[in-house]
Design a protein around this ligand. Structure first.
Ligand code: ADP
Ligand code: MG
Length: 723
């Protein structure tokens, strides 16, 4: 028995549920937020004036009064110690897209040889991790190490539990000693501030002078794969790169559509309950779970929250998925395309904006044509997405996501907007002089008396659109499963702010102080926008060739790969945009561009090294063993004077030769170096990646003819279906 068949045998012995939690005793919804230093905990534990000050900063992004830090820190420490915490950690979000944490204990020895727990306002507000070891795109040299983490009051502290203890976690922004953002949180907070400033101008025009913070909201659906840990332990490619660099398609894939929304396997649902229980404790409102399209693929989605909180919670969700999977002897794969030939994983970013009194500003109501305020915000999105479509493409560019976009399972790299029938019609009317009516939502009669009549939405959904209106929000569907939602949210907030700024300025100009001119001013500006930017609207099937041709005719960019898309980050208009709204400085954009380019190059470099190693040390030896077996058998048959078949041996031998030459070619391509990062990235994309694919093609053919008991790599069938 080889390691692979031992693994398969062991998996077949697994019990579906390996931990037992008495879920009848502890109702997990009651534990929601149990480990969060939330508003309600603060209300109980902080003096009234201090609580009010914290709440004001959280609700309205007002300036934090540093004088309150000592009192908050002390209350936080007492609360954390009651929960068993001995340590605290500043949690931050470096440009790697991962979550980073630096831990310190509360312990301070006193003079008598004992220890006390201490946590001051200063340590709450500021931490000092080494900044040079995180990617910073040349902002910091190795010897210039100083970096700071800064307490983000708007995202509550929480307790991370481990069977051996607990840690108080404090979400923070991460900055270099020179003041530049080195992280994904700082720009999101800045962009929310910019969006609010501009949104307030529109609200004032429509008579709301309350100045209540308008916050961007986000609900991110996360797709992921689960594979048994034992199989992954035999796949160095998945361990090192997150995806299978080899593997012939399994005879049965997703063609029967029998996995999507199917019954969730016991072992998987046990895992899901556990994940949800952990996330509830952290105050993360996860809501939806189901099987996804590909075998072995699943989804989890929360209820939306304000953008900064949703981003932190999304990161925690990814960490928790990975952590809990191991407990169930599985690996959770967040790569955008772990398995060629079946669907990859995305992360749909649902986006809107609003506040308590206004509600959701992208909710059109029953009669959108009369809802001028809604139409203004909607038009701002249309204009922004058209003007900066390349930027939206750039913020979802990564080596992993390149496998997904445009592969007819996710939106193409061409950014367009789906509005739906009702809104498309309203904007068409605006274009022709003014909107007079809205197509009505209907009621569906099912034809079975026992079933209730179903209310029907005014428009259908479009799964193929990268940026789709879904009734009361936009859904940015091009984001990759492994990506932080921060980049996309920062981009949307900022282009939205710029468009709202433009619209507010235009309307103010036309009105010139005369409030009675509001409606006609809105009509004029909306018409202008739809005339100039209507080309971004496409309600059809984004997967078809006709659309690609039509999009080219409309002048919509189609940046197919990461090296084509990333340079947009440093285009002049993008720099001006981010500078103008104080979201990212030119220096910060340069550093991000360089960092993401570097990450792309490194990803492909690792993939190519693993490809060579596995081709040479796994596939080649397996093929040679089988070759020997076949050769010996042919020889014996010949000796015996019996008829024998050497076709397989000949095929195998020529594949082995092909393997050697494909690997040789890949090695040659890998030797390419350039001092220019963009050149290097282009070589990765245009030379190295195709050469890797050639090696894979041969190995996958070998897998199809080498004797199954000699093939050491777990197959697609085993990885996708064994649960
Ligand atoms: P789908 O049918 O598109 O898969 P899901 O229920 O899986 O829908 O996910 C929809 C997501 O959109 C949820 O996270 C939901 O909370 C979010 N959402 C709903 N309203 C808003 C809003 N106003 N702003 C942001 N996200 C929202
Ligand atoms: Mg969903």
């Amino acid at each position: 028995m080889n390691a692979r068949s031992k693994a398969v045998a062991a998996i077949n012995q697994r019990k579906p549920v390996e931990t037992t939690i008495n879920f009848k005793e502890v109702y997990s919804i009651d534990r929601f937020g149990a480990n969060v230093f939330s508003m309600s905990v603060m209300k109980k534990r902080l003096p009234k004036d201090i609580f009010k000050s914290v709440k004001n900063t959280v609700d309205n992004f007002t300036k934090l009064d540093p004088a309150i830090a000592n009192v908050v820190a002390n209350a936080m420490k007492d609360w954390a110690i009651e929960k068993g915490a001995t340590h605290y950690a500043h949690v931050f979000f470096p440009l790697t897209g991962a979550t980073a944490e630096k831990h310190d204990s509360f312990l301070v020895p006193d003079l008598s040889g004992n220890a006390i727990a201490e946590f001051s306002g200063k340590t709450l507000i500021q931490g000092e991790p080494d900044a040079s070891s995180f990617p910073n795109g040349g902002l910091r040299q190795t010897f210039e190490a100083r970096g700071y983490t800064a307490w983000d009051v708007t995202s509550p502290a929480y307790i991370m539990e481990n069977p051996n203890g607990a840690t108080l976690c404090i979400p923070t922004a991460f900055l270099s000693w020179t003041g530049e953002a080195l992280d994904k949180k700082t720009p999101i907070l800045r962009s929310m501030q910019a969006l609010n400033t501009q949104a307030q101008r529109i609200l004032k025009l429509f008579g709301d002078h309350s100045n209540k913070m308008i916050a961007a909201t986000c609900g991110a659906e996360q797709e992921y794969f689960l594979v048994d840990k034992l199989l992954i332990s035999l796949r160095p490619d998945i361990q090192a790169t997150g995806r299978a660099l080899f593997g012939a398609a399994s005879p049965k894939g997703q063609e029967f559509d029998d996995h999507y929304f199917g019954a969730i396997p016991d072992r998987v649902i046990a895992f899901m309950f556990d994940v949800e229980r952990e996330l509830y404790k952290l105050g993360i409102p996860v809501k939806t779970r189901h099987n996804e399209v590909a075998p072995g693929q699943f989804e989890i989605a929360p209820i939306f929250e304000t953008a900064n909180l949703a981003t932190d919670h999304q990161q925690l969700t990814m960490v928790t998925l990975k952590k809990v999977a191991k407990k169930y002897n599985m690996e959770c794969l967040l790569h955008e395309k772990p398995f060629a030939g079946v669907n990859g994983s995305g992360k749909h970013v649902n986006y809107s904006l609003g506040n308590e009194s206004q509600g959701n500003l992208l909710d059109p109501g029953e009669t959108p044509h009369e809802n001028a305020q809604f139409l203004v915000f909607c038009a701002a999105i249309i204009r922004g997405v058209h003007k900066y479509s390349k930027l939206l493409r750039a913020v979802v560019a990564s080596a992993g996501n390149d496998h997904r976009l445009g592969a007819n399972e996710a939106p193409p790299a061409i950014i367009s907007i789906f509005l739906g029938e009702q809104l498309a019609d309203v904007f068409e009317q605006i274009k022709n002089g003014g909107a007079k009516s809205s197509k009505k939502a209907g009621v569906m009669n099912i034809g079975v008396d026992a079933l209730p009549p179903l209310p029907m939405d005014a428009g259908d959904r479009n799964r193929t659109s990268p940026f789709a209106f879904t009734g009361n929000r936009f859904e940015f569907r091009a984001v990759g499963a492994d990506q932080s939602v921060s980049g996309p949210l920062v981009a949307i907030n900022t282009i939205f702010a710029e468009s709202i700024d433009y619209i507010a300025t235009e309307i103010e100009k036309i009105m010139a102080g005369d409030a009675s001119k509001l409606n006609s001013a809105v009509q004029d500006v909306l018409k202008k926008i739809i005339d100039e930017h209507g080309a971004i609207i496409f309600n059809g099937d984004n997967y078809t060739d006709e659309w690609h041709k039509e999009a080219a005719r409309r002048g919509l960019p189609n940046l197919k790969t990461t090296p084509e898309a990333l340079p947009v980050l440093v285009d002049d208009d993008v720099k001006v945009l981010f500078e103008k709204y104080a979201v990212l400085s030119t220096v910060e954009l340069d550093s991000r561009y360089e960092t993401y380019l570097e990450q792309y190059i490194k990803k492909i470099a690792v993939e190519s090294k693993v490809t060579v190693e596995m081709a040479d040390t796994v596939a080649y030896p397996a093929a040679c063993r089988y070759q020997k077996e076949l050769a010996e058998s042919c020889l014996k048959m010949k000796e015996l004077g019996l008829e024998y078949d050497d076709v397989t041996l000949k095929d195998l031998s020529s594949l082995i030769k092909g393997l050697k030459s494909a690997v040789g070619d890949l090695k040659k391509k890998m030797a390419h170096t350039s001092s220019d990062a963009l050149d290097e990235a282009k070589a990765c994309c245009g030379q190295i990646a195709p050469a890797m694919k050639n090696v894979r093609d041969v190995v996958d053919q070998l897998e199809a003819i080498v004797a199954d008991d000699l093939w050491p790599l777990p197959t697609y069938q085993e990885m996708l279906f064994l649960k």
